[in-house]
Design a protein around this ligand. Structure first.
Ligand SMILES: Cc1cc2nc3c(=O)[nH]c(=O)nc-3n(C[C@H](O)[C@H](O)[C@H](O)COP(=O)(O)OP(=O)(O)OC[C@H]3O[C@@H](n4cnc5c(N)ncnc54)[C@H](O)[C@@H]3O)c2cc1C
Length: 446
C-alpha cells in the first residue's frame, strides 16, 4: 500500500483529496450519495487516470469512477476506497468540422457540451439536465430530447479512448477493439474509464419545446391518446409524460406532457404537437421556439438526509395500454410516486439489436417511478412501490440502468438479457478480469 501510494504521489499530476482537506466534504460525495473515500483523485490528464487506476489496483482498494456524479445508485463514491473524479477532463472540441466530429472529455457535463456546440449550430441528443455527465449517461444509453430522431446518446458515439484495468490506454471504435466498443455502448462503466468520447453531432436549429398540462382526472385518456399519437408522429417529436409530480401537488398534480420538436418550422411543429393539445382540457401550454441548449435544465444536489429511490422498466407495443392504465391509476392514488414516461422508438428501434450492448431497442416507452424524501418517507413508500411494481411486472420488460437506484442481481438481469450478459462477460474477462471496475451494475468476469 505504502509503495503504491508513493508511486501515485510521484506519477499523479492532479489533486489528491484526503479526509481532513478543506474540499473533502464536497469531493467525497456524488450528487445523490454521500461517502467517505480514503482518496478522491482529480486527474488533469490521461496519464493521471492511468496512475489512479494502477494505484487502486495495486493497493487493492475499491474504485469508484465519477463522471457528472448523478448516478442514482451512488456508485460515484464509496467508503474507504478511491474515487477517480473526471470533472477536470471536460474539454469539448470539434475535431472535424465537415463530419461534425466532436471529442468530449470523459468528465464533461451535457450542459457544457450543449453550450459549446450551440455557436456551431450543432447538438448531440443527450438528456434533459445540464449537470448530468456525458460518461454515465452515454455508457448506459442516453434518452434525450431528440431521441426519436437521432437515437440514444450512445448511438451517436463513434469512438472512445479508454483506460483499462491494467492502466493501459486503448481506442475503441468500429475498426479497433470493436468488441470493447460494442460493450461500452450499454455496458456502463464495467470495462474501463473513458477519458474521451468521440461523437458525431448533428446540425440543429432552435426547437419547439415546452409543457402542455391537463387536469389529473384526465390522466388515463391523455396517456392513451399520447402513446397512440407518438407511434405515428414524425420522429422530430420526442415527448415525456409526467404524473403525480411532487412539485406540482403529487396525486392531484396535472398530467404534464413535455414536448420537444426538433425543427423550427412552426407549421410542421404544430402538425406534430396539436394532436396532443386535443387530448383533453389544456390548462397550461408554454410551448415556444427556443435554442436547443436552453431545453436542458439545472440539476440539484440532494440536501443531507434526503434520499431518492428510482426504478425503471420498458413497455413494448402490446403492453403499452395496460401499463399506462396502471400508471394512471397509480398516479392518482394517495402516496403516489412521481411517474415519468418517456417516448423512445423511432431511431432507437432502427438500430439492429446486436450493434450495441443496449438491449431494449423494441420498446415504445421507458418509464420511471421515483420517491424522494427523508428515510421515514422512503421506508413508508416501500410497500406502496412493491404493490405497484407487482401489478406492472407481468406487462413490462427489462430495466433502464440509468434510472435504477438499486443493483441487485435481478436488476442486472433486467438490464442485460442473458445473451447480452454472456457477451459482456466475455469482454469483461478480456479487459477487466479482476473486476476492478465493480462499482456499477456489475458484469462479473466469471
Ligand atoms: C437530474 C437527473 C436527470 C437525468 N436525466 C436523464 C435523461 O434525460 N436521460 C437519461 O438517459 N438519463 C438521465 N438521467 C440518468 C443519468 O443518465 C444517470 O444518472 C447517469 O448515470 C449519470 O451519469 P453521471 O456521469 O452524471 O453520473 P456518475 O455517478 O458520475 O456516473 C455513473 C456511473 O457511470 C460510470 N461512469 C461515468 N463516467 C464514466 C467514464 N467517463 N468512464 C467510465 N465510467 C464512467 C461509472 O460507473 C459511474 O459510477 C438523469 C439523472 C438525474 C439525476
Amino acid at each position: 500500500m505504502n509503495s503504491a501510494l508513493e508511486t501515485l504521489r510521484r506519477d499523479f499530476g492532479g489533486d489528491i483529496v484526503e479526509p481532513g482537506a478543506a474540499e473533502y466534504a464536497s469531493a467525497s460525495r456524488s450528487v445523490l450519495a454521500s461517502g467517505s473515500p480514503a482518496y478522491v483523485l482529480r486527474p488533469k490528464s490521461v496519464g493521471d487516470v492511468q496512475a489512479g487506476v494502477r494505484f487502486a489496483a495495486g493497493a487493492g482498494l475499491v474504485l469508484s469512477v465519477r463522471g457528472g456524479g448523478h448516478g442514482f445508485a451512488g456508485f460515484g463514491t464509496n467508503d474507504d476506497g478511491v474515487v477517480i473524479d473526471l470533472g477536470r477532463l471536460a474539454d469539448v472540441e470539434i475535431v472535424d468540422k465537415e463530419r461534425h466530429l466532436v471529442r468530449i472529455g470523459g468528465g464533461a457535463t451535457w450542459g457544457r457540451v450543449a453550450a459549446a456546440l450551440a455557436p456551431h449550430g450543432l447538438a448531440i441528443s443527450s438528456g434533459d439536465t445540464k449537470s448530468v455527465g456525458v460518461g454515465g449517461l452515454t455508457l448506459s444509453g442516453g434518452i434525450g430530447w431528440k431521441v426519436r430522431k437521432h437515437g440514444l446518446a450512445l448511438d451517436n458515439m463513434v469512438a472512445a479512448e479508454v483506460v483499462t484495468a491494467d492502466g493501459e490506454v486503448v481506442r475503441a471504435g468500429a475498426e479497433e477493439n470493436a468488441e470493447l466498443f460494442w460493450a461500452i455502448r450499454g455496458g456502463g462503466g464495467n470495462f474501463g474509464i473513458v477519458t474521451a468520447f468521440e461523437f458525431a453531432a448533428h446540425p440543429t436549429t432552435d426547437v419547439f419545446f415546452g409543457r402542455i398540462a391537463f387536469p389529473a382526472p384526465e390522466a388515463a385518456a391523455v396517456l392513451r391518446g399520447w402513446a397512440d399519437h407518438l407511434r405515428a408522429a414524425p420522429e422530430e417529436l420526442t415527448s415525456i409524460a409526467n404524473l403525480a409530480n411532487p412539485l406540482s401537488g403529487g396525486p392531484q398534480a396535472p398530467v404534464e406532457i413535455h414536448v420537444a420538436f426538433d425543427g423550427d418550422d412552426p407549421e410542421l411543429a404544430a402538425q406534430a404537437i396539436d394532436p396532443i393539445r386535443r387530448l383533453g382540457t389544456v390548462i397550461e401550454d408554454d410551448v415556444a421556439l427556443r435554442p436547443y441548449a436552453d431545453t436542458l435544465v439545472d440539476g440539484a444536489t440532494l440536501p443531507p438526509g434526503i434520499h431518492l429511490v428510482t426504478r425503471s422498466a420498458f413497455a413494448g407495443r402490446e403492453s403499452v395500454p395496460e401499463v399506462l392504465r396502471i400508471l394512471a391509476e397509480t398516479g392518482a392514488a394517495e402516496q403516489a410516486p412521481f411517474i415519468s414516461v418517456r417516448s423512445v422508438g423511432g431511431a432507437v428501434s432502427r438500430v439492429p439489436h446486436d450493434t450495441t450492448a443496449y438491449a431494449h431497442r423494441q420498446a415504445e416507452l421507458m418509464f420511471v417511478t421515483t420517491v424522494v424524501g427523508p428515510e421515514p418517507v422512503i421506508q413508508a413508500a416501500g410497500p406502496v412501490l412493491e404493490a405497484i411494481w407487482t401489478r406492472l411486472e407481468p406487462h413490462v420488460d427489462g430495466a433502464y440502468a440509468n434510472f435504477l437506484a438499486s443493483a441487485t442481481e435481478e436488476d442486472v438481469a433486467a438490464i442485460y438479457p442473458a445473451r447480452t450478459y454472456e457477451r459482456l462477460a466475455a469482454v469483461k474477462r478480456q479487459y477487466d478480469p479482476g473486476n476492478l471496475f465493480a462499482r456499477n451494475h456489475n458484469i462479473r468476469p466469471r
